[in-house]
Design a binder for this molecule. Sequence first.
Ligand code: COA
Length: 361
Amino acid sequence: MLYAQITGWGRCLPPARLTNRDIMEVMDTSEEWILERTGIETRRISHVMSADLAHVASERALACAGVQADKIDMIAFATTTADEIVPNTASLLQGKLGATGAACFDLNAACTGFIYAFQMVSDMIRTGTIKSALVVGSERLSSLMNWKRRESAILFGDGAAALVLQASTQESGFFQGKMGCIENTRELLAIPDYGLHAIAQHRPLDITIDFHGREIFKNAVNEMANACTEVLERSGLDLKDVDLIVPHQANARIVEALAKKLNADPEKIVITLDRYANTSTSSIPIALCEAIEQGRVRPGATILMTAFGAGLTWGALLLKWGERIAPLGESSIELPATDKTGLELIKEAIRLRDKVWHDKK
Ligand code: COA
């Protein structure tokens, strides 16, 4: 029997921080409102593209696994902020890594992207189709934000993380999962012009997030709770058999409501949203990497992950950690340096946005 063991892990958080107080300089909000309603204190803002964040995270994951890039059979790149749509960002990452033997694809299931990609790729390893893969989540959502929309712009941050999966006969890795998408909820979270619509309708580009926070909130809690319950039931496990829960990091109140619904021990839940906010598809692998670094992942641990996102997509999965919790090696790679603050980067993004819109109108 083959398993898809996690043998490497790495993350990349850009250095520039944007605090709630900083955001007060560009919109009508308050530190208290953001903290109370979301649990977010600060987030990272990237000065580089999604593929660059992914590159650093991937080099770290490969070094951790002790695997050469050219031995990777597949790169699954989950993102909603692809550097370009054609060709895909996975092939850009392939070139940066020298992963010459890899098949490459991008996957967009919004914040649930990593859960989708991880399950699909794990199953390909378990059935023997491929022997190794890099599953990457990378996002630069700050460049998509409309800083006039205070209900959404405060929520997101940038970052990436990657896992190396390898075929193994040791019982470990993904073993149960459930994915779905609630029909007719597309308008609850959408960027209508982030595709061909504006071109087809001969309109100027207007990239703005349509966002119905309360509705998303309710759906998120219900669907994640149902998905978690189903994967546990199908595995014959109870929540007390789970050692660690890694939920999507959208809002502390969503995580609390989910924990309450599942009757989960808060001590088992990994939280990073206070420092990194919602990094969309990257949030789960970033949180997993942090939990490993903090010694919260034990050999043989059972880990439950769950997410939801635009679509509205949702998913949950269970995995069993292997024996090794220490990296085999470390990469010295770093992002190119920047001396810009998060606020400076955001002000630049706002200026660019105003200019592009002005020019098009
Ligand atoms: N600062 C200050 N006030 C704000 C604000 C901000 N950044 N954003 C919204 N408000 C105001 C609203 O205008 C509203 O004011 P009103 O009552 O005078 O109309 C009030 O705060 C309450 O707004 P509401 O949307 O009901 O707040 P909420 O408690 O539902 O919290 C979210 C809003 C967005 C934080 C919350 O709904 C949420 O986290 N939703 C899901 C997150 C999500 O979708 N993430 C992405 C998908 S993974």
